[in-house]
Design a protein around this ligand. Structure first.
Ligand code: FAD
Ligand code: NAD
Ligand code: FES
Length: 278
């Protein structure tokens, strides 16, 4: 059992939860995630460990309510419990001093980028951050990103805050103005990660992406999180979640993410008290 210590709404569908998980707080490294099961009937879902406090035994997760399980999670309140939180899972990010590192967070992908950007900054890198969302209300972690970045660029699709456009527009400007970018890390919707890689490939800039396939066990045994990287099959839960973006088959990932869309829609309709369809 893991107690929810605090809960805060960050945007319309996005919530930050602090959970009691002392062993995970002690061991976790940037880039790792947990798999969480709300109760005995819930599915298991992966969520990035955004931050931790090993003295207090707390980990922070940020959840975007997109379907049945994430909606159930964000409906819980401080003081309530989650049945199990397994982790830390996945390979930690390789953090070393590289020079200029550009991190790009699209929507809730900023929650995944933040812990890695923080570690890059602590390792002495020059961190330039780009965070983008559809509109001003959906921008998350702006203050936190400001604290750990040398410079933050904000974009919104509708121009309601920061520069109007996609994160890739800001990235193109940064590339045009800088001599040597050692690495780019991009996390967000699959089309965004693909678009970032198309931009950086032309300039031969190493680009890592954190992939978000469907996961079940999180230990490399079920094969649900299979992705193709450089023509080889990889399991995101143990070989990733970060991979060289220039080698990822994003089209296959998009197709596989839609595998259960009929059941996911049914789950949502069931939650809304509607039983038509499935
Ligand atoms: P479902 O009913 O399963 O799906 C609803 C909608 O979400 C559908 O459109 C479906 O296509 C889409 N969806 C389902 N699974 C995923 C997925 N893995 N990624 C993207 N879209 C999906 N989400 C966060 O909000 N915060 C995080 O920090 C975070 N970290 C992640 C880290 C990893 C390593 C991975 C693999 C995923 C992460 N995700 C994160 C995504 C999160 O796990 C999914 O949003 C969640 O499993 C959806 O479950 P659901 O039952 O609520 O929705
Ligand atoms: P969104 O759809 O609102 O997009 C956020 C931003 O990404 C946009 O404002 C834009 O700047 C950029 N973007 C989107 N499509 C683009 C394109 N084709 N080209 C260039 N830039 C583009 O994001 P959201 O609603 O917050 O959804 C978050 C997404 O992040 C979900 O689709 C989910 O799959 C993904 N996600 C990934 C992880 C992970 O671990 N990789 C974790 C959580 C969520
Ligand atoms: Fe089962 Fe990765 S989630 S192999």
């Amino acid at each position: 059992m893991s107690k929810i210590v605090s809960k805060k709404q960050l945007s319309e569908d996005v919530y930050r939860l602090d959970l009691e998980a002392p062993k995970i707080a002690l061991k976790r490294k940037p880039g790792q995630f947990v798999i969480l099961r709300l109760d005995e009937l819930s599915e298991r879902i992966p969520l990035t460990i955004v931050d931790s406090d090993s003295d207090k035994g707390i980990i922070t997760i940020i959840v975007q309510a997109v379907g049945e399980t994430t909606r159930k999670i964000v409906s819980k309140n401080a003081g309530e419990e989650i049945l199990d939180v397994a982790g830390p899972l996945g390979s930690p990010t390789l953090i070393e001093k590289k020079g200029i590192v550009v991190v790009v967070g699209g929507g809730v992908g900023t929650a995944v980028v933040y812990p890695v950007a923080k570690a890059f900054k602590e390792a002495g890198n020059n961190v330039i951050s780009v965070i983008g969302a559809r509109n001003k209300e959906l921008i998350i972690l702006e203050d936190e990103m400001e604290t750990i970045s040398d410079k933050v660029y904000i974009t919104t699709d509708d121009g309601s805050y920061g520069a109007k456009g996609f994160v890739t527009d800001a990235l193109k400007n940064i590339i045009a103005g800088k001599d040597t970018i050692a690495e780019v890390l991009a996390v967000g919707p699959v089309p965004m990660m693909k678009a970032v890689c198309e931009v950086t490939k032309k300039f031969n800039i190493k680009t890592m992406v954190s992939l978000n396939p469907i996961m079940v066990d999180g230990t490399g045994m079920c094969g649900a999180c299979r992705v193709t990287v450089g023509g080889k099959t990889k399991f995101t839960c143990v070989d990733g979640p970060e991979f060289d973006g220039h080698k990822v088959d994003f089209d296959e990932l998009s197709r596989r993410l839609k595998s259960y869309s009929k059941m996911e829609k049914y789950g949502e309709e069931k939650q809304e008290g509607c039983c038509k369809g499935f």
